[in-house]
Design a protein around this ligand. Structure first.
Ligand SMILES: [Zn+2]
Ligand SMILES: [Zn+2]
Length: 108
């Protein structure tokens, strides 16, 4: 639709983790890579989390989960004007809680 990408600007996205509910995990040698759309620029971005995390259930903040907190930065490959050299993404970042596997009750 010819929309210009937003300029790069470090921006905290409130509730940015909610967008991660649609992100897809893929296993890599060094952990799990979550891939999905940045809630600010809507470009595809991803975040690698360590190997000990095997379950991704992003719950409401009220949810009583044992979880890890991660800071996630947009690392999309698209161009955003004003971005410093060596940086990726649009500057959007947010905190996400990612459930540890031991918090999951296997009920089957
Ligand atoms: Zn972007
Ligand atoms: Zn972005």
């Amino acid at each position: 639709m010819g929309e210009q990408p937003k300029a790069y600007e470090p921006t905290v996205i409130k509730d940015g983790w909610k967008a991660m509910k649609t992100w897809q995990p893929t296993q890599e040698e060094n952990g799990w890579r979550l891939t999905g759309k940045c809630p600010r620029c809507q470009h595809e971005t991803s975040r690698l989390v360590p190997t000990e995390i095997t379950t991704f259930a992003l719950e409401d903040e009220e949810g009583d989960m044992k979880s890890g907190k991660y800071e996630v930065w947009c690392e999309c490959g698209e161009t955003h004007s004003g971005r410093p050299d060596g940086k990726a993404g649009c500057g959007a970042h947010w905190g996400a809680e990612i459930t540890h596997p031991e918090a999951e009750e296997q009920s089957s």
